[in-house]
Design a protein around this ligand. Structure first.
Ligand code: XMP
Length: 311
């Protein structure tokens, strides 16, 4: 694939379609939405409003990191604090599909719908890639970012048209285009991270307190396994408690699972054969640095039958 030609064509296409109107896009900091942001700004500059919605489900320090990283590239990103709305939409929910639906609805119908209306944007730029379309159509993945492919007419439903400049690319193509456009390696080489963020790694109810636990565990796992060469690595918080003993006292603590997988396209995956010493170090840090966690497990299950995420 001629990536330079791809960039020129997409930039021209965005310019032509948007014309003198305004466009908006939501940046998550992931590789796809980051590339869309850069292409969009190349095409129409300030007429593209880029927002980062803090949904309370992000990793430690993520919202600020994303805004600062794009500021260094000369792209202004507006940080929208929607933590309360997401947390109240998730309160009391334990069913995985209901949790995912609540996040989708809060984002599209609540926060983002309002932002689009306020901005007067007629176009929404979206980072859908080819694999998203294929997997959604095949019923493998329930992606919240596929609208047209599911027969939803966004112009009629929400009053804006969706542009998907990456829809002919696969993940490795996206990474190549990022390199070509000099996006920082920290963005171009990021491991996959799901749209519903840490909510996919909390079994049971998503609360502020449980998010603090998973955020702390995620930071440790990402620090320790960053050099593992694995496709994806994460921490998961289970919904059970287990008996333990600390400072000579019995306690009923939380359980964290470490998941680290090798894969090429996320359709199938196997557990990474991590060195024992590495596993012991992660386990040791998790049960000593995170309050209330007294057990740490390593997940050996391949996909299928398991999925990579837990929710
Ligand atoms: P599963 O858990 O289905 O995940 O084996 C396969 C890959 O997709 C990611 N994933 C998502 N990505 N929105 C996304 O953008 C989602 O809702 C979503 N769910 C899962 C997951 O992290 C893995 O890389």
């Amino acid at each position: 694939m001629d990536y330079m030609k791809f960039v020129e064509e997409q930039v021209a296409e965005i310019r032509r379609t948007v014309g003198d109107a305004k466009a908006i896009n939501a940046l998550s900091g992931g590789v796809d939405s980051s590339l869309v942001t850069v292409l969009g700004h190349r095409a129409i500059g300030e007429r593209l409003r880029t927002v980062f919605v803090d949904n309370a489900l992000m990793r430690e320090g993520e919202p600020r990191w994303v805004v600062e990283t794009f500021a260094q590239m000369g792209i202004a990103v507006e940080l929208v604090d929607a933590r309360e709305q997401f947390l109240s939409a998730l309160a009391g929910l334990t069913d995985p599909e209901q949790k995912r639906q609540a996040i989708t609805d809060t984002f599209y119908c609540g926060i983002f719908g309002r932002l689009v209306k306020e901005s007067g944007a007629k176009f929404l730029l979206h980072g859908t890639i080819l694999t998203d379309i294929e997997e959604t159509v095949a019923g493998i993945k329930r992606q919240h970012n596929i609208l047209a492919q599911l027969g939803i007419d966004t112009e009629q439903a929400y009053g804006y048209a969706v542009l998907e400049p990456l829809k002919t690319l696969r993940k490795d193509d996206v990474r190549e285009v990022c390199k070509l456009l000099n996006l920082p390696d920290e963005i171009g080489n990021r491991i996959p991270f799901p749209g519903p963020a840490l909510a996919t790694r909390i079994v049971g109810e998503v609360t502020r307190e449980r998010l603090d636990t998973i955020r702390a565990a995620t930071a440790i796992v990402e620090q320790e396994l960053g050099d593992s060469g694995a496709f994806q690595y994460m921490a998961v918080l289970l919904n059970d408690r287990a008996t333990g003993i600390r400072n000579n006292k019995r306690e009923f603590g939380r359980i964290i699972v470490i998941r680290c997988v090798d894969s090429t396209d996320a359709r199938t995956a196997t557990a990474t054969e991590l060195p024992w010493s590495k596993l012991q170090r992660v386990c040791d840090r998790i049960v000593t640095e995170i309050e209330d966690v007294n057990r740490c497990l390593y997940d050996l299950t391949p996909k299928p039958p398991a999925t990579i995420e837990y929710v």
